[in-house]
Design a protein around this ligand. Structure first.
Ligand code: NAD
Length: 291
């Protein structure tokens, strides 16, 4: 099977790595050529780590890399049997893309969105294939995180849901069924928690480092909420919060002012080198944010 992945950022590169490792020819598309270069490098680095740890042989790494193709021509992605979209969390951007792909892809091609917070039907209904349109919500970092939420919209057929479950199991991930409600399962619970961490910092409850240390050693989390926010990407987190707030009208989903200020400043977290921590230093240090 040929898998197309559109958007080669944090998530798209991870998804492409997972599908190629599982044996699928994978075509990765992005409008920004430098993003494709970045994705190629990060996949090569991640596969090398798997080889170092003995989880992959050198031959498997070479084979995986040979299954990946990187393109700026989205017409090429439309040749796939399954297209997974992982572009910026913006409905207008996603729907413009889906319109193009719907016109070019064959009738049997299944469309899947990796959106964190938009409703699947708000994208599916702009295509002529809402029965073959499903949510496949992966988690960051995709090569390490086993969960995929399979999201069924009111228009998705049972056959597509069954197919999606098989596909997810086939790439070695753990599928769960989720309703098409903003945030699905994990983000419905996790996003307000991360935003509360940022609000606690705004209120001067504790320092960046102490907030994170407290949740690691007091709640047993593998990382604190501010480190996690930097991993998610602060631009993406703010967009997810806005979309969930629009849907539920509950303040716990609203992006706090500090988060907005940081996004305005271009502090997007790990991917831009600055967020709640400064990644230009190794090891990263808590950022000077003046709060
Ligand atoms: P990102 O900013 O790292 O990457 C987005 C990529 O999309 C960029 O490379 C950009 O050039 C590309 N892009 C934008 N418009 C495009 C278009 N029209 N055609 C082709 N490429 C285009 O974002 P991300 O964190 O990878 O998030 C992508 C999607 O995955 C979002 O819907 C997000 O909600 C979802 N998601 C994110 C996370 C996370 O932890 N960051 C987790 C699960 C799901």
């Amino acid at each position: 099977m040929i898998v197309g992945v559109v958007g080669s950022g944090l998530m798209g590169s991870g998804i492409a790595q997972a599908t190629a490792t599982a044996g699928h020819q994978t075509i990765v598309g992005d409008t920004v050529a430098s993003q494709l270069e970045k994705a190629k490098a990060s996949i090569a680095k991640s596969l090398a780590r798997f080889v170092e740890k003995g989880k992959l042989t050198a031959d498997q790494r070479t084979l995986t890399l040979s299954r990946l193709e990187f393109v700026t021509d989205l017409g090429k992605v439309a040749e796939a049997d399954l297209i997974i979209e992982a572009v910026t969390e913006d409905l207008a951007v996603k729907n413009e893309l889906w319109g193009k792909l719907d016109r070019r892809a064959g009738p049997a091609t299944i469309f899947a969105s990796n959106t964190s917070s938009l409703s699947i039907i708000s994208m599916a209904s702009t295509t002529g294939r809402s029965d073959r349109f499903v949510g496949l919500h992966f988690f960051n970092p995709v090569p390490l995180m086993p969960l995929v939420e399979v999201v069924r919209s009111v228009g998705t057929s049972q056959a597509t849901v069954d197919w999606a479950f098989e596909f997810v199991r086939g790439i070695g991930k753990e599928p769960v069924a989720a309703r098409d409600a903003s945030g699905f399962i994990v983000n419905l619970l996790l996003v307000p928690y991360i935003l509360d961490g940022i609000r606690a910092l705004e209120r001067g409850v504790a320092s960046i480092a102490d907030l994170d240390t407290a949740m690691r050693f007091g709640a047993g989390h593998p990382m604190g909420p501010l480190t996690l926010a930097d991993f998610v990407g602060l631009d993406t987190l703010a967009k997810i919060g806005d979309i969930m707030f629009d849907e539920y009208r509950e303040t716990r989903y609203a992006a706090p002012p500090l988060l907005r200020r940081m996004v305005t400043a271009g502090f997007y977290g790990r991917k831009s080198g600055r967020g709640f921590y400064d990644y230009r230093q190794d090891p990263p240090v808590p950022a000077e944010l003046g709060v």
